[in-house]
Design a protein around this ligand. Structure first.
Ligand code: COA
Length: 336
């Protein structure tokens, strides 16, 4: 008996982002509310990070709630019916449970059940990792539409006495609906990792240590070696951003917008300098009033830019995510 040749699917040649949705934590937390336990000041935080205030969610609001709001907005704006979504990807490092995934619950909540659904752990690069996957899945014929969501409630993992990162952390979710396109709308992604710096940013204890009551672990929270991450971001990530432009065949002066992960305003300014971004390129500075929402920061910043500058729609944006792992991903997208 001859063995049959397996049938293979192929998809459309190109993809694009159809629409973006956003949800920020309902509470506005200014610097003065946090500086006491870390012996800091409003002035220090503004000067060193650019953050004036950050958005956090009330106790009864979870990351999946923010993800639902953001996703429903993206789906509605796209004009696509939720039952055409074949995959739901949630990038998160702050789900309330190790398992089951946030994505499966989100798919059910937004009407995308029985879409394939899974979470990815790529920290602040998670959304850009998700966009890379959505693009590849659609072109491979695995799904017609993919919902990519970054959703975090980082305040659950912020220790009020931590001086290294707690004052940056915020809560929010951003969602993108990705689908087929007649023309290229998402460039080849440049992505990778550097596990030699695995310790630079992440949790301060394992769940085993927490369970065994080792040390003074009252609950694992986030911490970082700020200067290590800062240097890596400024030097290595600026190179990755340039590689992403080359991979897309786009020059910096052809961009409409630059949307880096919102980690620190000084990092954003340094990127702009190294990429020699001309003045007309609009730079996302959502960190000022939102804070660092990890995987949600790029779609939240994109949503804010498009609200403030609707004329950017249809223009090219370079986006780059980078964070714990260390991991990174960048691509050029056509703004919806
Ligand atoms: C965290 C960060 C803002 C710290 O800023 P920094 O300029 O590197 O600060 P340093 O650690 O060099 O400390 C400089 C001084 O500020 C003090 N300091 C540190 N943290 C402080 C705080 N939260 N409040 C007030 N003072 C602080 C230090 O004690 C030090 O004082 P000294 O000069 O008297 O010794 C910065 O390193 C950063 O943003 N890193 C990368 C962040 C990032 O991208 N993280 C997310 C990964 S996705």
């Amino acid at each position: 008996m001859t063995q049959p040749v397996l049938q293979q699917a192929t998809g459309p040649q190109f993809t694009r982002i159809y629409a973006i949705g956003a949800a920020r934590g309902d509470l506005v937390v200014d610097n003065d509310q946090l500086v006491g336990p870390i012996d800091s000041s409003d002035e220090w935080i503004r000067q060193r990070t650019g953050v004036i205030e950050r958005r956090r969610a009330s106790a009864d609001v979870q990351a999946v709630d923010l993800a639902t709001t953001a996703s429903l907005e993206a789906i509605e704006r796209s004009g696509i019916s939720a039952d055409r979504i074949g995959v739901v990807i949630v990038a998160t490092v702050s789900n309330t449970m190790q398992t089951p995934s946030m994505a499966a619950l989100l798919a059910e909540r937004v009407g995308a059940n029985p879409a394939a659904a899974f979470d990815i752990s790529a920290a602040c690069a998670g959304y850009a990792y998700g966009i890379a996957q959505a693009d590849a899945f659609i072109r491979a014929g695995l799904a017609e539409f993919v919902l990519v969501v970054g959703a975090e409630k980082l305040s659950n993992y912020a220790k009020p006495t931590d001086r290294s990162i707690s004052f940056l952390l915020a809560d929010g979710a951003g969602a993108a609906l990705v689908g087929p396109s007649e023309t290229p709308g998402i460039s080849r992604s440049t992505w990778g990792s550097d596990g030699s710096k695995w310790d630079a940013v992440g949790m301060d204890a394992t769940f085993d240590e927490y369970r065994n009551g080792e040390g003074s672990v009252d609950w694992p929270t986030l911490r970082q070696s700020g200067q290590t991450v800062f240097r890596w971001a400024v030097w290595d990530m600026a190179k990755v951003a340039k590689q992403a432009l080359d991979a897309a065949g786009v020059r910096a002066d052809q961009l409409a917008a630059f949307i880096p992960h919102q980690a620190n305003m000084r990092i954003i300014d340094e990127f702009a300098k190294q990429l020699k971004l001309p003045e007309q390129v609009v730079i996302a500075r959502d960190i000022e009033t939102t804070g660092n929402t990890s995987s949600a920061s790029i779609p939240l910043a994109t949503h804010a830019l498009l609200t403030e500058h609707p004329e950017l729609s249809g223009g090219l944006a370079l986006q780059i995510g980078f964070g714990a792992g260390l991991v990174y991903a960048a691509q050029v997208v056509v703004l919806p």
